[in-house]
Structures are given as structure tokens and as C-alpha cells.
Design a protein around this ligand. Structure first.
Ligand SMILES: [Co+2]
Length: 428
């Protein structure tokens, strides 16, 4: 989930991050273990959806399907697969790789790392299911439910703040780069030539795994070069990231990789540009965009990454302007930090804020999630909270109509001795 920067980049102090990783030291890349499910099972039998009829039909086809269970039942010891390990890029960091003392210090934080690894394993399994089940013709609501119900089932938590969905599932199509998820009543369906960014958040005790990929259903290779460009750019960002690395330098390396690609579309050649006002970001506990911004073009920010930090490294490529603006109906919202002292402007706004705090805290959420808590007819109160500055809205952000945008994203952990691309899988 990217952060968009509307001000000139020079004025920007903190925000998003994006990275991609090129396995510099290919070690073990965890593969999702899916022995406890079959690929088109429905884990959401307990939740009525608009597709009830279709699902019944599917069930007849695959009688052997087993229900998804919690991720804990696959890892009863509570030890989850590690991500991909990479050594830090700067020479001054070479002592870190072998330091016993640093490894000891890292183990002190093991609970935190295990939470990330658990979320990452849920992420890999959910996206594995998404990649095998999502087909053109499905409604966006159906796709969102498939993903989110799987996350909730694997997390198996009795409260949304313990573990589960970390932010609204991004399902942005074509020139829409990010921050689209369907609201209730949305009739949009996925078409064969759509280019869909699937941005999934999974949190465990507030440790958020933020990772995204792009899906194409066109089998003529139409989108191959933009997909290759963005995947390579994200992997460059991941490879360059590390303790003491300047954020500006990561952006510079990402842009160089991304913009070495071009794409031919219906007889015309387009350069693939970085979307320069979208960024990767620090990830804090329960706070998806925390502190530092990881640019995808050089932006003059000489701030360095530091030991112990966690980042989402994400890049966006586009055949359009390489710049996004807000457009369309809003679905994404989050509490603004530091607004605890502002009084909600009405009784209904106060009650709604209570519901938001109790269910999401500072995690981002969308209208559908609010409705799951039992809220209805909340829009007036919600808009009051937005106008009062207590809640921030994050509308869809779009490049030029007719253009195509793609995204890849991983979450990385800056351990004292090495970095861990915790959400890495065998798919991307
Ligand atoms: Co993100």
C-alpha cells in the first residue's frame, strides 16, 4: 500500500517506501505450503456473499476440498518460515554478517520477527490462492472477499486488532495505481485485458506485512515488459536497501532499473516511467505509513535507513505521466495520528469514532470493513470525522486515462546482521 506525495518531493519529509529484491545471496525462499487446502476451495462458507450460487456449483465439482484452517495449526511450535536473507550492500556493514553479538541482540527481538514471519506465511498462502482462483468475469467484491476471508481464516483471531487484515485489499485496475477497493454495491467486474494490482496487508499483533503484485490475464504477452520492469525495479530497491543507506540513493537505483524498459502497445512504443509521487515507507506497529519515505526516483532525501527498522519497498511503473492524482469514490480511510484531543463534531460522529477505534485503532480500513462491524448509514458521520481532520480519506490515485500501471512490493526487516525479505515467495 503506497503513500502518495502531493507536495514537491523536496518538501517531503516522511512517507512511503518501496523496494524489490534481487536475491544477491539466494538462500532458502519459503514456498507456501498448501497441503491443507485445495486451490479452489471456499473458506468463507460462513459468510453470505453475492456469489453463493456459483460457490455451490463449484463445491459439487470438488468434493474433496478441505476447509482452510489457522496458520497456527500448521506451525504448532510458533516458529514460522524465515524470509529471504540478503547481506547489506555497504562495505562498512560487512562486520555485521558475522557478528555474534549482533545475532544475540537480534534474538532479543524474536517475538516481533516471528509476528512478521507468521503474517508473511499467511500472505504467501493467500496470494497463492488468489493467483489460482481469480479469473476475469469475477466481481471486484467477490475477489476482495476471497482474499480477505482467507486472511481472516488463517489468522484465526478473535479480534481484528490481534491479527488479520492489515489494510484494505487494493485491487486497482489499469490507470488506477492504488487505493481502490470496492465499496458495497460496486458492480465492477474484472475483464480479461485488465492489469490488476493486488495489494494485500496482513497484520499479527500490529506487525504489518505489506506486499503487492500485479496480475494479467492476457496471454499474448501484452503486459510482459511493464511487469518485468516493475518487478526488476522493486528487486533493485530491495537489494539497495539497508542500514546506513540514504533514501535518495535507493530512489535513484530504482529509477535507473525501471526506466531502462519500454513497452509496445498497439503499435506504439511507450517509455516505462516511475510514478514519482508514490513511495515505499517505514512500517510501524499498527501504522502502515510511519516515519520515512522510500522514493522511487531520486528526491534529495539524505536520511538513512537504520538498524531494526522495517520497510515496505514498493515501486510503480506507468505508461502514462508517471504521476498520480486522486480521482473517484473513496473507499480507504485511517485515523490521523495525534488527533486524540479533537472532539468529534456530533454524537453520531463520536459513536462512529468509538467503533473505529475499537475495531481498527490506527490501521487503515475501508467502508466494507466498517459495515462488517454492524455499521450502516454512517456516511454523514464519517464525513464529519474527515472534515474535522480526525479521519483521513485515501481516494483512488490514478495516472492518465488509457495508461497502464503496475506494482510489486515486499516488506523487509533490517536485522542487525542481515536484511530479511520477509514476504518473499517463489512467485515474486
Ligand atoms: Co505499501
Amino acid at each position: 500500500m503506497p503513500e502518495s506525495v502531493d507536495k514537491p518531493l523536496e518538501a517531503k519529509v516522511n512517507d512511503l517506501t518501496i523496494t524489490g529484491a534481487t536475491p544477491s545471496t539466494p538462500e532458502v525462499i519459503p514456498k507456501p505450503i498448501v497441503e491443507d487446502e485445495d486451490e479452489d476451495d471456499d473458506d468463507d462458507e460462513d459468510k453470505p456473499t453475492e456469489t453463493g450460487e456459483k460457490k455451490k456449483k463449484k463445491k459439487k465439482k470438488s468434493k474433496k476440498k478441505k476447509k482452510l484452517t489457522t496458520i497456527d495449526s500448521s506451525y504448532p511450535e510458533g516458529v514460522f518460515p524465515e524470509g529471504e536473507w540478503q547481506e547489506y550492500p555497504l562495505d562498512i556493514n560487512s562486520y555485521r554478517t558475522t557478528s555474534e553479538e549482533l545475532r544475540y541482540l537480534d534474538r532479543q527481538q524474536n517475538n516481533k520477527w516471528e509476528d512478521f514471519r507468521k503474517g508473511a506465511e499467511i500472505h504467501r498462502r493467500v496470494r497463492n490462492k488468489a493467483q489460482s482462483s481469480i479469473k476475469p468475469g469475477m466481481s471486484m467484491i467477490e475477489i476482495a472477499n476471497l482474499i480477505e476471508d482467507s486472511v481472516r481464516t488463517y489468522a484465526g483471531a478473535d479480534h481484528t486488532l490481534k491479527a488479520g487484515v492489515g489494510f484494505p485489499t487494493g485491487l486497482s485496475l489499469n490507470h488506477v495505481a492504488a487505493h481502490y477497493t470496492p465499496n458495497t454495491g460496486d458492480k465492477l467486474t474484472l475483464a480479461k485485458d485488465d492489469l490488476m494490482k493486488v495489494d494485500i496487508g496482513v497484520h499479527v499483533n500490529g506487525r504489518i506485512c505489506d506486499s503487492a503484485f500485479t496480475m494479467s490475464f492476457n496471454d499474448t504477452g501484452r503486459y510482459d515488459s511493464i511487469l518485468a520492469a516493475v518487478k526488476a525495479a522493486t528487486n533493485t530497491g530491495i537489494k539497495e536497501a539497508g542500514i546506513d543507506v540514504r533514501l535518495n540513493d535507493i530512489g535513484e537505483a530504482i529509477q535507473e532499473t525501471m526506466e531502462s524498459y519500454e513497452m509496445e502497445l498497439d503499435g506504439k512504443t511507450y517509455p516505462i516511467k516511475c510514478i514519482r509521487n508514490l513511495n515505499g515507507h517505514n512500517i510501524g506497529d499498527f501504522i502502515i505509513h510511519s516515519g520515512k519515505t522510500v522514493p522511487i526516483v531520486p528526491n534529495g532525501d539524505m536520511t538513512k535507513m537504520e538498524e531494526g527498522e522495517t520497510f515496505a519497498i514498493e515501486t510503480f511503473g506507468s505508461t502514462g505521466n508517471g504521476y498520480v492524482l486522486p480521482e473517484g469514490e473513496c473507499s480507504h480511510y485511517a485515523r490521523n495520528q495525534g488527533t486524540e484531543n479533537i472532539n468529534p463534531p456530533s454524537k453520531s460522529a463520536k459513536e462512529l469514532l468509538g467503533r473505529i477505534n475499537e475495531n481498527f485503532g490506527t490501521l487503515p480500513w475501508c467502508r466494507r470493513y466498517l459495515e462488517r462491524t454492524g455499521e450502516e448509514k454512517y456516511l454523514f458521520a464519517l464525513n464529519q470525522l474527515v472534515r474535522a481532520g480526525i479521519v483521513e480519506e485515501y481516494p483512488p490515485i490514478v495516472d492518465k486515462r488509457g495508461s497502464y500501471t503496475a506494482q510489486f512490493e515486499h516488506t523487509i526487516l533490517l536485522h542487525p546482521h542481515k536484511k530479511e525479505v520477509v514476504t518473499r515467495g517463489d512467485d515474486f
